[in-house]
Design a protein around this ligand. Structure first.
Ligand code: ATP
Ligand code: MG
Ligand code: MG
Length: 383
C-alpha cells in the first residue's frame, strides 16, 4: 500500500489500528510519547513521531510524512487539523471532530438533524444556582457532564438530589464548561459501530454494553434478548446519526434503550471504539481494518461486517495495586476460547483500561459460561 496513514494518539486503539495495518503493509505513523502502546506494535519504519498529539508543531510534522491523517482520540486541536487539511487528507473531517469533542455541541448537532438524544441543558457557570435551574428544568436525578475532554466517565457526575450540588461542583467545577442531561432510566445500553466510506454508510451488528460507574465493563455481541424490530431501529438510528457528520472512517454510536422500547443516542465517537473490540475475533473484518479501508478508499462490503461467532468482551481495568492487571492476565491465560489483549501501559492506575479479553463461541450461552470466571475475578480478585 502506497499511502501512509498518520494517527494522532498512540493508545490501545492506535495499537490495534497498527495491528490491522500490518498484514496489508500499510505504514501507520503514530504521534504520541515514545513507547506508547501503538509504538510497541512492530512497525519497522521511521515514520513515528515522538511528542504530544496536542502539540501543533508535532501535528504539522506528522502531516508532512502522511497522506491521510486520522485520530484515535477526539480530544485534539481541531484548528490545527483544519490548517493541515489544506495539504493532507484529514479523516474524518476536522469539522466532525470539532462538533463531537464538545458533547453539548454534539447533542445540538444531532437534535438539528432529528436524531433522538437525552434532553440537555448547558450551564452558564458552575454554580449551585445554575444546578437549581437545571433541576427545575430536567428534574432529579440528572447527569452533570463536562462538555469537553470527557472519557471513561471521567467528566460525569450523577446528581441525585439537591444535596448532590456541592459534591457535583467539587467533582466537575473549576473552569470546565458543563452541561446537564436528563436522567435516562434505560433498561439496556446498546452500541453500533458504523463505518462511513466514500459512497456508503455500513454497520456492524448491534451490541449490548454494560457500564459500571460510567465506564464500559462488558460488551455482548450480539445484544442479548433484543427483538428484530429494536435491532433494526438501533441500526437505522446509528446510521442516521453518523450520516449527519462529515468525512470517512469508523464511528462508535452509544445508545440507551428506554423502558418503552424507544432509543436515544447517548454519544458518538469519531473513531474505532471500545465496544467494537470484539470485531477483531468475531467478524471477517475488524473495526480497525474497516477504518483503514474507509479512510484509504479501499473496498469494503457490508457482508464482511457480520458476526461469525458470538462474542463477549471484558475490559481489564486497573485495580487497587499497580500490577493487578497482570494477575488478571495470568488467570485469563488459563481460560478456553479467550483472546487476551494487553495494552502495555506499564503500571496500572485504578479504573484505567489496561487490556481486554474477548471470548468467542458458537452460542451466547456458551460464551457466557466461558467468561463467567473472569467476570468473577474482575469483581472479587478471587478465582
Ligand atoms: P466514553 O468512555 O464512552 O467516552 P464518557 O465519559 O464520554 O464515556 P458517557 O458516554 O457520556 O461518558 O457516559 C458514560 C455512561 O454513564 C453511559 O454509558 C451510561 O451508563 C451513563 N450515563 C451517561 N449519561 C446518562 C444519562 N443521561 N442517564 C443515565 N445514565 C447515563
Ligand atoms: Mg465519550
Ligand atoms: Mg460513552
Amino acid at each position: 500500500m502506497e499511502k501512509k496513514v498518520g494517527v494522532l494518539g498512540g493508545g490501545q486503539l492506535g495499537a490495534m489500528l497498527v495491528e490491522a495495518a500490518n498484514p496489508l503493509k500499510i505504514q501507520v505513523n503514530i504521534l504520541d510519547a515514545p513507547n506508547s502502546p501503538a509504538k510497541q506494535v512492530i512497525s519497522n519504519h521511521g515514520g513515528h513521531i515522538d511528542g504530544s498529539f496536542k502539540d501543533p508543531e508535532a501535528i504539522r510534522k506528522l502531516a508532512a510524512g502522511s497522506d491521510v491523517v486520522t485520530v484515535e482520540i477526539e480530544h485534539v486541536d481541531t484548528y490545527v487539523l483544519e490548517e493541515i487539511s489544506k495539504t493532507v487528507d484529514v479523516q474524518p473531517s476536522w469539522r466532525t471532530i470539532r462538533t463531537i469533542q464538545d458533547k453539548y455541541a454534539q447533542k445540538e448537532h444531532l437534535m438539528a438533524h432529528e436524531v433522538a438524544v437525552a434532553q440537555s441543558v448547558a450551564l452558564k457557570e458552575a454554580s449551585a444556582d445554575e444546578l437549581g435551574r437545571v433541576a427545575d428544568e430536567l428534574g432529579l436525578p440528572f447527569m452533570l457532564k463536562s462538555r469537553k475532554e470527557a472519557y471513561d466517565g471521567k467528566g460525569n457526575f450523577p446528581v441525585k438530589s439537591r444535596h448532590g450540588f456541592g459534591p457535583a461542583l467539587k467533582a466537575l467545577g473549576g473552569n470546565r464548561e458543563l452541561y446537564a442531561e436528563k436522567w435516562a432510566e434505560f433498561k439496556m445500553e446498546l452500541a453500533v459501530m458504523v463505518v462511513k466510506t466514500k459512497d456508503d454508510v455500513l454497520s456492524f451488528p448491534t451490541v449490548e454494553t454494560i457500564h459500571e460507574n460510567s465506564i464500559c465493563k462488558l460488551v455482548y455481541a450480539p445484544a442479548r434478548g433484543v427483538s428484530d424490530s429494536i435491532n433494526k431501529e438501533a441500526q437505522e438510528l446509528a446510521k442516521k446519526a453518523v450520516s449527519c457528520f462529515w468525512g470517512k472512517g469508523m464511528f462508535g454510536v452509544e445508545m440507551f434503550l428506554l423502558p418503552d422500547d424507544t432509543l436515544l443516542v447517548n454519544e458518538i465517537a469519531p473513531r474505532p471504539h471500545n465496544s467494537g473490540h470484539y470485531t477483531i475475533e468475531a467478524c471477517p473484518i475488524s473495526q480497525y481494518a474497516a477504518h483503514l479501508r474507509a479512510i484509504l478508499d479501499l473496498p469494503l462490503q457490508q457482508e464482511d461486517l457480520v458476526l461469525d461467532k458470538q462474542a463477549i468482551m471484558l475490559n481489564i481495568l486497573g485495580g487497587e495495586t499497580p500490577d493487578s492487571h497482570l494477575a488478571f492476565e495470568r488467570e485469563a491465560l488459563k481460560q478456553r476460547r479467550t483472546s487476551i489483549h494487553m495494552y502495555g501501559k506499564g503500571q496500572a492506575k485504578k479504573g484505567r483500561k489496561m487490556g481486554h479479553i474477548t471470548v468467542t463461541a458458537a452460542t451466547m450461552a456458551e460464551a457466557e459460561q466461558l467468561i463467567e470466571p473472569m467476570i468473577y475475578f474482575a469483581d472479587t480478585g478471587k478465582v
